[in-house]
Every structure is written in C-alpha cells, then in structure tokens.
Design a protein around this ligand. Structure first.
Ligand code: NAD
Length: 366
C-alpha cells in the first residue's frame, strides 16, 4: 500500500513504541505517525530523539482517556490507522496501585477504539463512503481499510505448567491487576470487531528485552545494579520462567500483523526463548565479567568490595505476590500464516542489549 496515510501510535515514548517508531518511519516513507503519550514516569522523549526532526513524525502529550483530545486528533490528522501501545505496564506497580491500570489500560483502550469506530464507520460524512466496506468484511486487511491494532501481552493467559505453551485459543486466566486490565482491554477490542465489524487485530507478545527499556524492569535492573556493585535482587527461588523476545523482533511481528493479519484475529508473538530468571542473571553477569570485568569498573573502584564476579551480587528476595511460574508462547500461527520469524536468538539479542546499557550507565544517559 503506497498511499500516504497518518497512523496514530500511542505510548511510543515508552520502551516498545520508541523502538517501533524509528523502524516504522524508516520502512514506510508514505506513513506519517502521530504519537499520543502522557509521558508518565515510564515515558521519556529522549527515547525518540532520533525522530524529533522528522517531518513525518508528530508528538502530542496527552492522555488516551481524554476523549475530546482523541476525537480532535482523529479529525485534525485524518487518522487512518491506530497502533495502540500505551499502557501501565509494570506488574509490581499494579499490585501497589491497581486503579491507574484499570483507568489507562481499560478506559483508555475503550476511549481509543470507540472514537476510532465512530470516526471510521459511524459518522455519515466523507469517511463513510470511503470506509463503509469494512463493515462485517472479515477478509479485509489494512492494505485498503483503516485498522485498529491492539498491543497486548501473554500474561493474559495466566501461568503454565512445565510442558504446555500458550496458543491463541488458551483460555484467559489473568492473575495480576496488570494482566487483568490487559485481558479486559483485549475483550473490548474483540467486542468492537464482533459487534460493529471494526477492523481490529490483537497481538499477545511474550517478555521483551532490548534498548530503551525502563530501569525498573528485570534486565535493566540486573545490568544497572551489577555495574553499581549493588545487590541484584531475584524474586523467590529464581526459577520462574519467561519467554524472552528481542524488542525489534516484536516490532517486526507487529508490522506483519498490522499489514497482513486477518481482521478480528489474535496472533501470539514469542521467540521460543524460555529462560529461568536465574539463567538470565547468570548469562548477563557472565557477559559483563567478560566485556567489563569488575577490576576495570570505575564505579566499583570507589566502593570497598571483594567482588570477583558480578555473580557475587545475586541476592534472593521475597517472591512477588501471585507470581506466575511460567509463560511460554507458541507462535506457530504467526510463523505459518504470516511468515514471521525472530531474527535474534537470546544470545545475540542480549549482547546488543548489554552494549546499549553499558553505554547508558557508563556515560550517563539523561
Ligand atoms: P512502557 O511502560 O515502557 O511504556 C508505556 C508508555 O505509555 C509510556 O511512554 C507512558 O508514558 C505511556 N502512557 C501510560 N499511560 C498513558 C496514558 N494514560 N495516556 C497516554 N500514554 C500513556 O511499556 P512497554 O513495555 O513499551 O509496553 C508497551 C505495550 O506493550 C503495553 O501495552 C504492554 O502491555 C505491551 N507489552 C509489553 C511487553 C514487555 O515485555 N514490555 C510484552 C508484551 C506486551
């Protein structure tokens, strides 16, 4: 599809969105992107510095729950697609303060999808003739019609035993306020497709890692604490399993589903990279020991320590409440039907990630 169009992307000052925007702008010279982000503690415009002067990129600071603002954006920019990343995303915060998760993830998603529906399909003005065929056309793809792509997580499926994998038909069983709010938002999107025939797709992805992730998350925490010579906290026995995907592989999956996924469908995205948290911390410390040994670390030289390896800093802390034991994604549908596959293995992706954080934490980022 070579026509010029403007796509609303939400929450792109955060981790995944800020990796997605430069990738997407570069790949599709006919797209303009409007990024609506509230710049909560999790959003940082520094993440999008490389796009600041791009005439096809516009940033708007605001709340996805602000209906008037969302309506204004749709009209003012003639929005013809939405890729919705904005969310409260940290499980620990959702345990302390669930209300804002319901507000942003549920009410915010509802606001966006409802405005999209009214704008594209209901209003009897110029859009109507252009977009009317979307109604109940289950085969239509984004190529010709405005589409709403909702970004979600594998955490909606709950926890797994040792052998199963999450597929698109695994029943929802969210266990944290975070995953419950994401599960709710997925259901709202589903209803707008089933009830109104809105052109929607949902992707449920496993844990991402890579550049620009917020300091609070597991992998940046491990690297940051290690470099500073502080205890590296690991929940419980460290044997919880997550399925890790390099963030750009997630972005490529979103690109493929946005352009070629079937209307109303759900696609799981995951890298077949199951690791216990212990294996993750061990791997990162081994790499740091090699590329930035403790004896060369100037931050450590200022404190009194007897470290031989960053591994000496690993400390077990009380487990997270309701901590899901294992997540693992079966991405067969996306691979077989749409031809996606991850380019990075965990071994290649983690090296890129560590390089990026070494640069950030050594030179100072902000
Ligand atoms: P993030 O926390 O790094 O970024 C979230 C962004 O949303 C921030 O820039 C924040 O300012 C913005 N935001 C928050 N509330 C807002 C509001 N009310 N209005 C407008 N903007 C608001 O999150 P992330 O890790 O980049 O995740 C992006 C999406 O991907 C989320 O929907 C998340 O559920 C999903 N997801 C994340 C992962 C992961 O491993 N990080 C995995 C699967 C799915």
């Amino acid at each position: 599809d070579n026509t010029n169009k403007t796509i609303l992307v939400t929450g792109c000052a955060g981790f995944i969105g800020s990796n997605f925007v430069p990738y997407f702008l570069d790949k599709y010279p006919n797209y303009n992107l409007v990024n609506l982000d509230l710049l909560t503690y999790a959003g940082d415009l520094q993440n999008l510095k490389e796009c600041e002067n791009n005439p096809r990129y516009k940033f708007i600071k605001g709340d996805i729950c602000n209906r008037e603002l969302v309506e204004f954006i749709f009209t003012e920019y003639d929005i013809q697609g939405v890729i919705h990343f904005a969310a409260e995303s940290h499980v620990d915060n959702s345990i302390k303060n669930p209300g804002v998760f319901v507000q942003t993830n549920v009410t915010g998603t509802f606001t966006l999808v409802d405005v999209a529906y009214k704008h594209w399909m209901e209003k009897p003005f110029t859009y109507k003739n252009k977009y009317l065929p979307t109604i109940h056309n289950q085969q239509s793809t984004e190529a010709s019609l405005p589409r709403f792509h909702h970004i979600s997580t594998d955490e909606v499926y709950g926890t797994l035993n040792e052998t199963d994998l999450f597929t698109e038909s695994t029943p929802y069983a969210p266990n944290s306020p975070y995953s419950a709010s994401k599960a709710s938002s997925d259901m709202i999107i589903r209803a707008y497709n089933e009830t109104y025939g809105l052109n929607t797709v949902i992707t449920n992805c496993s844990n991402n890692y890579g550049p620009k992730q917020h300091d609070e998350k597991l992998i940046p925490t491990i690297i940051r604490k290690a470099l500073a010579g502080e205890n590296i906290p690991i929940y419980g026995d460290g044997k919880n399993i997550r399925d890790w995907l390099y963030v750009l592989d997630h972005c490529k999956g979103i690109d493929i589903v946005y352009h070629t996924g079937k209307t109303g469908e759900v696609y799981n995205i995951g890298g077949r990279n199951e690791r216990t948290n212990l294996k993750i911390v061990d791997k990162i410390c081994s790499i740091l020991d090699e590329v930035y040994p403790v004896e060369n670390n100037y931050q450590l030289s200022t404190i009194n320590h007897q470290l031989k390896s960053y591994k000496d800093l690993i400390t077990f802390v009380e487990d997270r409440a309701g901590h899901d034991r294992r997540y693992a994604i079966d991405a067969t549908k996306l691979e077989n039907e749409l031809g996606w596959k991850a380019d990075e293995t965990f071994d290649t992706g983690i090296i890129k990630t560590i390089e990026w954080y070494l640069n950030k934490y050594k030179k100072g980022y902000n």
